[in-house]
Design a protein around this ligand. Structure first.
Ligand code: FAD
Ligand code: 5PR
Length: 374
């Protein structure tokens, strides 16, 4: 099946790779430009929920992902090391993994589907009539241009989308460390555990086991807390506040790491002419609901379906309709995530109500089974 159509994508992150696989599996020729010299995922661990797991299933990649990820039995919340809640989301599919492993599964899936990935190739601008310009000066045309180039998107900024940007007071350092399970005290160390301290000081450690060997920890501190936001992490401060976690904090202090402030970007529109934005380029969000990658993958998937169905060749109407259909669920997720960042109310536990799980539960592939992974 060859649709005769061509897509140019900026960014080989989770959004760009997911869009590329969907388009290629539906017969498009696809080129991704990745500005980094090598293909790899920055950051530490990640949680995926039903929405993105369904996308991987539709693409024929779920088994591969299952082999490198795990299902923590419970999502536990503790305040000053006292358990306040344990949730299992009532059987809703979710999995934890390293970002590296997820990125590898998507990269392999893209290669198998015939996607061309060019590294060391930065997109510096895009044009709504359907072209990208590279740092090398080369200009390339396409039926569809996708800006999946992250929160600092040049595709977005070269066109000039209207956007509202909000920065939160908190931020986070995310690290991957050895599990060291046998050195931790009694506890169910396969759970995700959200350790909150609000008194005497606002510091939080989100503990996310990714597989037998690797543990993702996210250390949250207010931006104005110089010690809490320092990298490498200040071992004295963190072990004083979380003494029971010393066996994982010690190796964490040896990694340089990076402290990222939370940011929310809301665009008036996600598309202009033949250019569409997905992922953090379109809707960067606070991390509380762990849906940054999930929403990126939903929108990457549904964009590929909509663009393929477009029969007229006039992407502009198609992209407007796609955004109308898909946008609500992302906007609501972004707003809920910003609310949790603002109020820090995840600390109270039991925050994963059906309403808060709306985006996690959503199956963007419903009605599309059998179209992919041919
Ligand atoms: P990105 O992941 O930012 O990918 C964008 C890609 O585009 C990158 O590969 C980049 O090199 C490339 N690129 C950028 N500009 C250009 C250009 N002009 N031309 C060509 N290529 C370009 N969420 C979690 O749930 N867990 C985490 O552990 C976590 N860690 C994170 C760590 C970091 C450092 C960052 C920035 C974000 C993290 N997030 C995390 C948030 C979540 O990863 C994002 O919501 C999700 O990755 C968005 O995917 P994306 O593909 O839109 O953007
Ligand atoms: N969940 C995950 C996560 O990485 C973070 C949060 C929740 C998987 C932080 O990056 O609440 O901040 C959070």
């Amino acid at each position: 099946m060859d649709s005769g159509r061509h897509a140019e994508i900026a960014g080989a992150g989770f959004a760009g790779l997911t869009a590329a696989i969907g388009l290629a599996q539906q017969g498009w020729s696809v080129t991704i430009h990745e500005k980094s010299p090598e293909l790899r995922a920055l950051g530490a661990g990640i949680v995926l929920w039903n929405n993105s797991l369904q996308v991987l299933k539709a693409y024929g990649l779920l088994e591969e992902l299952e082999a490198v990820s795990m299902v923590p039995p419970w999502y536990e919340t503790r305040m000053n090391n006292v358990v306040v809640s344990k949730e299992d989301f009532g059987g809703l599919p979710w999995r934890s993994m390293t970002r590296h492993d997820l990125h590898e599964v998507l990269t392999r899936g893209a290669m198998t589907a015939g996607v061309e990935i060019i590294v060391d190739s930065e997109v510096v601008s895009a044009d709504p009539s359907g072209s990208v310009t590279l740092a090398s000066g080369e200009k390339r045309s396409a039926d569809l241009v996708i800006g999946a180039d992250g929160v600092q998107s040049k595709v977005r900024d070269s066109i000039g989308f209207d956007q509202e940007r909000t920065k939160s007071r908190d931020g986070i350092t995310r690290l991957l460390v050895p599990r060291n399970k046998d050195q931790l005290g009694p506890g169910e160390w396969d759970n995700v555990i959200d350790f909150w301290n609000l008194e005497p000081r606002v510091l939080r450690i989100l503990y996310v086991p990714c597989n037998d060997d690797e543990l993702y920890i996210a250390l949250m501190a207010p931006k104005d807390d110089k010690e809490g936001s320092a990298v490498p992490i200040d071992l004295k401060v963190w072990t004083e506040n979380f003494p029971h976690l010393a066996p994982i904090l010690e190796p964490a202090a040896k990694i340089h790491g990076r402290y990222d402030g939370y940011q929310t970007n809301v665009l008036k529109n996600w598309s202009n002419g033949r250019v569409s934005l997905i992922g953090d380029a379109a809707h960067a969000m606070c991390p509380a609901l762990a849906q940054g990658a999930g929403t990126a993958m939903i929108n990457a998937f549904t964009l590929g379906v909509a663009a393929t169905i477009d029969a007229s060749g006039d992407m502009s109407t198609t992209l407007v309709e796609w955004e109308k259909a898909e946008r609500g669920i992302t906007d609501r997720c972004q707003a809920r995530s910003a609310y949790f960042a603002e109020t820090r109310s995840m600390a109270q536990g039991n925050q994963f109500t059906q309403e808060m799980l709306e985006t996690a539960i959503y199956d963007p592939t419903a009605g599309q089974k059998g179209t992919f992974a041919k």
